[in-house]
Design a protein around this ligand. Structure first.
Ligand code: MN
Length: 727
């Protein structure tokens, strides 16, 4: 296929020349030639040279009467992505503005689209706008899409559908938002052709069938209007008859389940005048001529649409009872109706000191313009940075879902936005496949992956200072409140134990189910934990709770339902006293497992228990293997330990007279007191189980070597150890 590229470049420049500066012609030509050279050897699916596409896009940009930089960027928009062209070269040849525009277009090309639910689509559209930064990038991107969908026939059917869907989901709403109506209608009609070819054809056929009737009808209306306007001394008024866009007819037919005959404003007449007053005068004349349909009059002049659109709309009944819509607007309004934000730029250019009321109504656009009030109108679009979503940032999950966060958000905000469990178990984050600090500030388009671990001990209080979203903040606080409950239970238990001891009652009475049930019922709690938590945070005093326990204890003892509890030696309760440091927890109750009775110097492991803090076992305890690994926490012995630790020993010996006496003597010599002693006899052998207090493993070892020297002792084992640790 031979295409005269230079003729096409001439056409483009001619188009630009109608409104642009002749001083820019050479730059545009250079850019077009550079694009042709860069894309040399590349062809479109239709067979034509690739450069025809960027030239066509540039022409659409010129139709919108955009500036030379935009046209040059349109010409180069696919070069950085698809050819050897570099950002540096564009910057050097055409300046920063063009290079930034091309860069923006290249970035937008990398947004992954796929079918999304509506909320996600909205985020995707917002991200699209936020990423573009410069409004011109969006307008060029829309032009790019228009040309792509105009030439969609050359693509395979699956691709056609994909592009058509994306056009409807992303591009059309953006075009609508920016008021680029002409382009919006065209891309919608074209997309519909691929999304519902049958429905599309149905409308086309119906419209064709009626075309003669319609032409006659519209001609008749226009003639009558022209005559009547002349009678009012209003000659030479622009009147056009038209059929509504295919897609808007389609929507009405298929979504409101109407036949084509039932679509009211199938026929439309547009009247364009010079002044706003004329608009209202014309409206009066029309309502005098035809009967208006109630509820169909819209004054978008006094109340413009958010996308700048202004017009008077009315629907009236014509001859033969056929309704038609009339749109009345000025030429300025017409340009804005067709080209939206692109025209607004021109509009401001021509009319400085614009109607302030009009301006104030356009809330969102006004906000954007505020910083540009004093800028030269010529530079208006070029300095027109988008801050519509300046306080939002849009990032992706690894699956491609879009998450919308406030600017300045971190991976922690992201994690909690996904799920509180993700946040609570977060141990790190990757952004675009790289590990980052958790206070890393997320940027538009980042792909964020949260690294979690079941072993995570939960959020840190420091995170509250880092997070940007209220959601993350409240979820972290919630976590601490819940954690606090455990702390409250622990503290409550300590207070109760102290109080019960003061009352000379063993805390072990709290293990008696009947007693506990009676006490919590009296104090209106649902469980022992709840009661202890209540004591912990001060909802009920330990004195009051302990007195209820005493009452019940006395009652049960009287009816012999509870045995006299042995007052056991209580372990030191506080962490500072326990000699064990639990990683990541400051004041946490530490309890030594009774099964293996660890002493300082032993390898130890810790498990989080419900309401009892952390239980510490010897690493080789038989019970460790059966414990839930998820509850495991890191523990170590403190550097300075001054307590004494109870340890159980099983001494195997040949049974003989005075064995116990000899063992006791050894212990007494070492100033070790015996807490309990039990002997089992197995034929000639004896197992003497004792519990003693030692300060650490070294003392225990010296105790054991002393015991070993007692005649008849064959072995000594720590109680609870696996396979018997020989001592
Ligand atoms: Mn393109």
């Amino acid at each position: 296929m031979t295409v005269d590229i230079s003729a096409r470049i001439d056409t483009l420049i001619e188009k630009y020349g109608k409104y642009g500066k002749s001083s820019e012609f050479e730059r545009i030509r250079t850019a077009a030639e550079l694009a042709a050279k860069a894309h040399e050897g590349q062809f479109r699916q239709s067979g034509e040279p690739y450069v025809c596409h960027p030239i066509s896009v540039a022409e659409i940009v010129a139709d919108m009467e955009m500036d030379a930089d935009s046209i040059i960027a349109a010409l180069l928009h696919d070069t950085v992505e698809d050819t050897d062209m570099t950002d540096e070269l564009i910057r050097e040849r055409f300046g920063d503005t063009v290079a930034d525009l091309v860069d923006g277009l290249t970035k937008l090309a990398s947004i992954p689209y796929s079918s999304k639910v509506e909320q996600e689509m909205e985020n995707l559209r917002k991200m699209f706008i936020a990423m573009a930064r410069d409004i011109r990038v969006i307008l060029i991107k829309l032009a790019d899409r228009l040309h792509n969908i105009r030439t969609l026939d050359a693509k395979p059917p699956a691709k056609q559908r994909e592009i058509a869907l994306e056009t409807m989901d992303v591009y059309s709403p953006i075009a609508h938002r920016l008021g680029v109506t002409r382009l919006k209608c065209e891309i919608e009609d074209l997309a519909l052709r691929y999304l519902d070819p049958v429905g599309y054809e149905e409308i086309i056929t119906a419209l064709e069938r009626q075309s003669t009737v319609r032409e006659d009808l519209l001609h008749d209306i226009i003639d009558r209007l022209r005559n009547r306007f002349a009678e009012h001394g209003m000659g030479d008024i622009h009147i056009e008859g038209r059929v509504k866009d295919i897609y808007s007819i389609y929507r009405k037919m298929f979504m409101q389940n109407k036949t084509i005959a039932e679509v009211y404003d199938l026929y439309a007449v547009r009247i364009i005048v010079d002044t706003k007053d004329d608009c209202y005068n014309i409206l009066g004349i029309i309502h005098d001529m035809y009967k208006p349909i109630p509820g169909r009059f819209k004054d978008y002049i006094s109340t413009p649409k958010p996308n700048l659109y202004q017009s008077l709309h009315t629907t009236v009944i014509g001859r033969a009872g056929i309704p038609f819509e009339v749109q009345i607007r000025t030429w300025d309004m017409h340009h804005i109706a067709e080209y939206g934000i692109a025209a607004h730029w021109k509009y401001k250019q021509g009319l400085t000191g614009v109607d302030e009321k009009y301006e104030s109504k356009l809330e969102w656009i006004r906000k954007m313009l505020e910083t540009q009030q004093d800028t030269d109108a010529e530079d208006f679009l070029s300095t027109f940075k988008i801050d519509m979503f300046a306080d939002e940032v849009f990032v992706f999950t690894p699956k491609g879902d879009v998450i919308n966060l406030p600017v300045g958000s971190t991976p922690i905000d992201f994690a909690y936005a996904i799920h509180s469990e993700i946040g609570n178990r977060m141990i790190g984050a990757k952004v675009n496949s790289r590990m980052v600090q958790i206070d890393h500030i997320l940027q538009n388009g980042d792909i964020v992956e949260i690294v979690t671990s079941k072993a995570s001990r939960g959020p840190s209080r420091d995170w509250l200072k880092i997070v940007k979203t209220n959601e993350a903040g409240s979820k972290i606080k919630q976590w601490f409140k819940k954690e606090k409950r455990e702390e409250n239970i622990t503290q409550g238990r300590e207070a109760m134990v102290r109080e019960l001891k003061r009352l000379m009652i063993s805390p072990s009475v709290l293990e008696n189910e009947e007693l506990v049930q009676a006490v919590i019922k009296k104090l209106s709690f649902n469980s022992l934990d709840e009661l202890l938590a209540g004591v912990g945070y001060g909802g009920v005093t330990s004195v009051r709770a302990a007195n209820r326990v005493r009452e019940e204890y006395t009652r049960l003892k009287a009816s012999q339902k509870i045995s006299e509890p042995v007052i056991k030696e209580e372990r030191p309760l506080k962490k500072s006293d326990s000699g064990v440091i639990v990683e990541g927890m400051n004041s946490c109750l530490v309890k030594f497992a009774r099964c293996c009775t660890p002493v300082p110097g032993d390898d130890i492991v810790g498990f989080v228990t419900r309401g009892y803090g952390v239980s510490v076992h010897c690493a080789d305890c038989v019970n460790v293997t059966t414990m839930d690994r998820e509850r495991m926490v890191g523990v170590r012995w403190a550097d300075v330990i001054d307590g004494r630790y109870t340890v159980g020993l099983d001494i195997h010996a040949r049974n003989r007279v005075a064995l116990i006496a000899d063992l006791s003597t050894v212990l007494a010599n070492q100033k070790i007191s015996i807490h309990s002693l039990r002997t089992r006899e197995i034929e000639d052998d004896a197992v003497v189980s004792i519990t003693v207090s030692v300060s650490d493993r070294a003392e225990l070892d010296s105790v054991c070597s002393g015991l070993h020297r007692v005649a008849g002792v064959t072995s000594i084992e720590r109680s609870g150890s696996t396979g018997g640790v020989r001592l």
